[in-house]
Design a binder for this molecule. Structure first.
Ligand code: SAH
Ligand code: SF4
Length: 333
């Protein structure tokens, strides 16, 4: 798919043409311009040539039928992964990638292991949502639609800030997907420049920070980026973000057996976050690079310490572990 040249192709056309075209791509979800019957034959032909709509994607299904992973091959043959999660209440969440690979090399993350290739363009981010929107419509019902977006696929969204924000604005637009900003979440490893910029956007998206440790020493063992972004700086940036936006921040905390899951770690984390407008999301780590998930009773103990300190805690259900579609398992093998 390549819709970058659309405005070029539309030069000289009346202004309403652009609206028609938007409706065809995002509303009718056409995958070939011949389906856009409101357009002249000449224009359709030109659009098919200059702005093809086919997406080169391949779907892998999970056993539990709740998660689908797709591998999309981009025009330069780079491959990215994107995941669809289907919820019992009828919501559909797409977990989108923001980069091909990731430069940050967190030790628990499969994307980190593959290294960084390049940033995704805005349209390549949107393409992932279009891919699953078409799929949902064909497979389930024409009324069903993508309702939620999480930037938790491959890559660090804050290191591709402009393209990610442009994609958020498109996804949020009434003319396209009309996905409410509050239904869109951006997850970052703690790139403070990005958090600062996001606070000034005046858009109500959710911010998630992957903390994974209560102190720099422990965090550095898991996330090499901790050398540059210390916890103090991340927390004070988060405080200003909360003050500016009034929005709750999600703290993601991966529980890795015998690494960051001790009672001391939980106590220190509680001290760090006490009284702040945050919710801690405890995530049993998916096995990557020799890391093992904390056992259930350790998770319970960890959770209780946070709860006793008045901190809101949720626990992430792990979708799609059996097809490597779970968090941190996205990598092109
Ligand atoms: N780079 C961003 C967003 C992509 S990672 C970030 O790090 O926040 C999205 C989420 O997947 C992060 O919270 C990350 O910590 C989590 N993740 C990575 N590896 C994981 C693993 N092995 N098990 C479970 N979650 C993992
Ligand atoms: Fe990159 Fe996020 Fe994976 Fe770390 S967890 S390597 S920041 S994608």
């Amino acid at each position: 798919m390549n819709i970058e040249k659309i405005s070029e192709v539309l030069v000289g056309q009346p202004a309403f043409r652009y609206k028609q075209i938007q409706k065809s791509i995002y509303g009718d979800l056409i995958d070939n311009w011949d389906q856009a019957t409101t357009l002249s034959k000449d224009l359709r032909q030109k659009l098919n040539q200059e702005c093809p709509l086919e997406i080169n994607g391949e779907i892998k299904k999970t056993g539990d039928k709740k998660t689908l992973k797709a591998i999309i091959t981009l025009l330069d043959n780079q491959k990215i992964e994107t995941v669809l999660m289907m919820h019992k209440d009828g919501r559909y969440t797409v977990c989108v990638s923001s980069q091909v690979g990731c430069a940050l090399g967190c030790t628990f993350c499969a994307t980190g292991e593959m290294g960084y290739k390049r940033n995704l363009k805005t349209n390549e981010i949107i393409e992932q949502v279009i891919f699953f929107s078409r799929y949902i419509r064909k497979t389930y019902s024409p009324e069903d639609r993508v309702t939620n977006i999480v930037f938790m696929g491959m890559g660090e969204p804050m290191l591709n800030y402009d393209n990610v924000l442009a994609a958020v604005r498109i996804l949020n637009s009434e003319e396209t997907f009309n996905i409410g900003a509050r239904k869109i979440s951006i997850s970052t490893s703690g790139i403070t420049e990005g958090i600062k910029k996001l606070a000034l956007e005046g858009i109500q998206v959710n911010l998630a920070i992957s903390l994974h440790a209560p102190n720099d020493k422990m965090r550095l063992k898991l996330m090499p980026i901790s050398r540059k972004y210390k916890i103090d700086k991340i927390i004070s940036t988060m405080d200003s973000y909360i003050e500016k936006t009034g929005r709750q921040v999600m703290i993601e905390y991966l529980l890795i057996k015998d690494s960051n899951d001790s009672i001391e770690a939980a106590t220190e984390l509680a001290e760090l976050l006490k009284g702040k407008l945050v919710v801690v999301n405890l995530i049993p780590c998916n096995p990557v690079g020799g890391n093992k998930p904390s056992p259930e009773y350790t998770i319970k103990k960890f959770k209780n310490i946070l709860l006793r300190n008045g901190i809101t805690v949720t626990q992430r259900y792990t979708f799609g572990r059996d097809i490597d579609a779970a968090c941190g398992q996205l990598a092109i093998k």
